[in-house]
Design a protein around this ligand. Structure first.
Ligand code: EPS
Length: 375
């Protein structure tokens, strides 16, 4: 399976093409719109989210809602269109890069004098296309009881220490949250932090945790470095704009502990097969899923655009100036969780299709059942 997205933040459309998706999968457009709506929400989101309604059209790859195995094309029309492919727009040239955005690195790389031509594609708006593809993959995975959820662990200094039991536990607890949080007490401190930095024209990041339940043991492999499931998940999550850290299971805490106190001992029962009573590995050993839930945390840096801008240099004059101010979010950690769920769904689907075949759902189901039958 291959996925392409296209589109600029203020261009006419965002598009996603999913090639190599199996035949016979029921795809509900409403579910994709539901995931897109979740991506728009959360305290700290910017005014753009009030302009857009982020509803999709699927223009190829399905017949009567069922996938045909041909490339699936999803289109989403932006409402806030400022740049055009054919007509001339009147936008001024932007020449003062924002620290922490792609502005300067992109302008240097592409020898570009107008930073608008960099930031339009570098904008996190592109993650709309990834959520569309991920929401299609989530619907494929649901045929095998695989489900994914996320929750906000911390925002600035406000951190929750509550541990969920499962994906369905997370889903129940975040239902009425304004920040995709399972801890309503700490959520209040998180919201206060976001409001405080917002009124100081500043920005914040945070940490979000992703859980994947229902995976069989055996996805991914150590046989080659680029097929390790942990490496694939880390790469796909690190590709989300603003993400600067990924840890699986105990992650960085492993480095502080003895092996005898950190490795997950192995048990067997007739009813459960092989199982563990702890899950410090985060559900992956040797680059392969163990059958325990996959647990990953990602850290997002503060949003790059500051309404009280940092020092920068005008790329035309080379003089010191304050960075440009574009409309932006104060904190996007809740949205980051939704994007991370959908990026994980893409990666898990890729490894699932590698293991069980990729042409039709019926064939994949037969292969899956044969595989899981023998422990
Ligand atoms: C975003 C849309 C963008 C930004 C944000 C994410 O819209 P606009 O630039 O029109 O306000 O709100 O992008 C960034 C934070 C960024 O740094 O690029 C979206 O749809 O997620």
């Amino acid at each position: 399976m291959r996925i392409l997205t296209s589109g600029e933040s203020h261009g006419e459309y965002i598009a996603a093409i999913i090639e190599g998706f199996p035949k016979g999968v029921l795809i509900e457009q409403d579910f994709i719109n539901h995931e897109l709506k979740r991506r728009m929400q959360g305290v700290g989101r910017g005014k753009r989210m009030l302009i857009e309604d982020d509803k999709i059209e699927i223009v190829s790859g399905l017949r009567n809602k069922i996938s045909l195995a041909s490339p699936i094309t999803v289109l989403l029309r932006n409402k806030d269109v400022k740049i055009f492919t054919q007509n001339k727009d009147e936008l001024p040239v932007l020449s003062i890069p924002r620290p922490a955005h792609a502005d300067l690195a992109g302008a240097l790389k592409y020898k570009e004098a107008d930073i608008r031509n960099i930031l339009e594609r570098a904008s996190a708006r592109e993650t709309v296309g990834r959520v569309c593809a991920g929401a299609i993959c989530k619907q494929f995975l649901s045929n095998f009881g695989i489900d994914i959820a996320s929750f906000t662990v911390s925002v600035g200094e406000a951190a929750s220490h509550i541990k969920p039991k499962s994906v369905s536990d997370i889903k129940t607890k975040v239902k009425n949250s304004k920040l995709n949080c399972i801890d309503i007490t700490i959520e209040k401190s998180m919201i206060r932090e976001i409001e405080k930095v917002g009124s100081n024209k500043d920005s914040l990041g945070g940490v979000t945790e992703i859980w994947i339940d229902g995976l069989p043991a055996g996805l991914g492999t150590f046989m080659h470095f680029d097929k390790r499931l942990d490496a694939k998940l880390a790469a796909s999550l690190m590709s989300i704009p603003g993400v600067k850290g990924v840890e699986i299971g105990l992650g960085f805490d492993y480095a502080k502990k003895k092996g005898s106190l950190s490795h997950d001992e192995i048990y067997y029962s007739k009813a459960k097969g092989f199982y563990r009573e702890t899950n410090n590995s985060g559900g992956i050993e040797g680059g392969i899923s163990t059958g325990e839930p996959i647990i990953i945390r990602i850290a997002m840096k503060p949003i790059a655009t500051l309404r009280q801008p940092l020092n920068s240099v005008n790329i035309a004059t080379k003089k010191k100036e304050k960075a440009i101010v574009e409309r932006s979010d104060t904190c996007a950690i809740a949205a980051c969780g939704v994007i991370a769920e959908n990026m994980s769904a893409i990666t898990i689907t890729e490894s699932f299709l590698d293991k069980f075949g990729c042409d039709s759902l019926d064939e994949i189901k037969v292969n899956y059942r044969n595989y899981v039958r023998t422990p």
